[in-house]
Design a protein around this ligand. Structure first.
Ligand SMILES: *Cc1c(COP(=O)(O)O)cnc(C)c1O
Length: 382
């Protein structure tokens, strides 16, 4: 089986995807074709925000948001220690200082109590100005926004939702990518809603920020393409990618989110009582299950387990093997929240992500779980 079976999705949606791609090739408007604006309108309506600005990838989307806010040197931006590199990279790329904060051990997301402690500590230390929080919807689960938003308001911080893995998730009936003052996502092929290359988007209700982001994404353009009023970047979503996403959206909304939740439910059921710590979705939350990530019992040789599973045809991944604050790129340039990030350190040593996606099915879950439960040095009680 595959870790994320993009081929199964293509086979299911082939007629509309092929037609959409071919239409772009025939029309010839490869950059900023009409499909791009159509997609932005559909995404904004689905998420329930006023503006969607597409861009080249989810990393640029984060950077564009920080640029629109004028975040830069001397500014502190709070980022979970357990996430993909981009969440902190974008902060450093604009010259600000990432402050890495520990996460909750069951949801994998930013720990609000530790966030507040870190904000107060940085503020009181006085050398950096706390300006923003990057909250990540890790593995598809929205961060704890009901707790994070009031902290942002209390300390005057802007909230940037990194929804690269969270698109399609929700809290109650509020959808992911609507929680931040600005929210972002990625359309990297393996994300919940993926295109056939790189892609990303920025969401906001704020007219001025949306206009600034549109400008920064196209060389800091002013009133027309060859009027450049600020230093920006070249970060557009290709028309072909917009067409692919449009072709996938109905299935994503109508079927795939439900299907992937059914896969998660089957994993939960098959692995209950196995000794693995299973991912927790808090009451009223919906995950879009970018990953199904379990924690191994203490003392299990993860590499040996992965090798044994691979031999039986079950690919697994470790997201993520290293805390952000231990990445060489941040050495000497990041701040670690007071109290450290011991939960992240433990997760990095014990997490294992299983094959996931809307097309895994009961059969795929059964295949993966029987290989996992047969691995005796886990000490599973089967
Ligand atoms: C994938 C990812 C990104 C970056 O998206 P790209 O499109 O690959 O640039 C940012 N943040 C998180 C949490 C991600 O998983």
């Amino acid at each position: 089986m595959q870790f994320r079976d993009l081929g199964a999705q293509y086979r299911a949606l082939k007629p509309q995807i092929d037609e959409a791609i071919l239409a772009v090739v025939e029309e010839g408007r490869y950059i900023s074709g009409p499909q791009v604006r159509e997609l932005e309108e559909r995404l904004a309506a689905y998420v329930g925000v006023k503006h969607c600005v597409t861009c080249a990838n989810g990393t640029d989307a984060l950077q564009l948001a920080l640029m629109a806010w004028g975040v830069g040197p001397g500014d502190a931006v709070f980022v979970p220690d357990f996430t993909f590199f981009s969440s902190g990279e974008a902060v450093a790329a604009v010259g600000a200082t990432p402050v890495f904060v520990d996460v909750d051990e069951r949801t994998f997301n930013l720990d609000p109590a530790k966030l507040e402690e870190a904000v107060v500590a940085v503020r009181d230390a006085g050398s950096l100005k706390p300006v923003a929080v990057v909250a990540v919807d890790l593995f598809g689960l929205p961060a704890d926004y009901p707790a994070i938003k009031p902290i942002c308001e209390k300390y005057g911080l802007k909230l940037l939702e990194d929804g690269a893995q969270g698109f399609g998730g929700a809290i109650g009936d509020e959808l992911a990518c609507s929680f931040g003052d600005i929210s972002t996502t990625s359309f990297f092929p393996a994300k919940p809603l993926g295109c056939y290359g790189d892609g990303g988007a920025v969401f906001t209700d704020d007219d001025d920020w949306a206009a600034l982001i549109r400008s920064y994404a196209v060389h800091g353009k002013g009133t027309f393409k060859y009027d450049n009023v600020r230093i920006g970047m070249n970060s557009r979503l290709d028309t072909i990618q917009a067409a692919v996403l449009l072709a996938k959206m109905d299935a994503f909304i109508g079927e795939e989110i439900a299907a992937v939740n059914e896969v998660a439910r089957r994993y939960d059921e098959a692995l209950a009582g196995s000794g693995l710590v299973l991912p927790r979705v808090p009451e009223d939350y919906t995950s879009s299950w970018a990953q199904y990530t379990a924690q191994l019992p203490k003392g299990v040789d993860r590499t040996a387990l992965q090798d044994a599973l691979k031999e039986r045809g079950v690919p697994t991944m470790v997201y993520y093997p290293k805390p952000m604050h231990e990445q060489g790129a941040f050495e000497g340039t990041c701040v670690v929240a007071p109290g450290g990030c011991s939960v992240t350190e433990r997760l990095c040593a014990t997490v294992l992500s299983l094959p996931m996606g809307p097309y895994v099915g009961a059969e795929g879950v059964g295949f993966a779980c029987s290989a996992l439960l047969a691995y005796d040095s886990l000490g599973f009680d089967v």
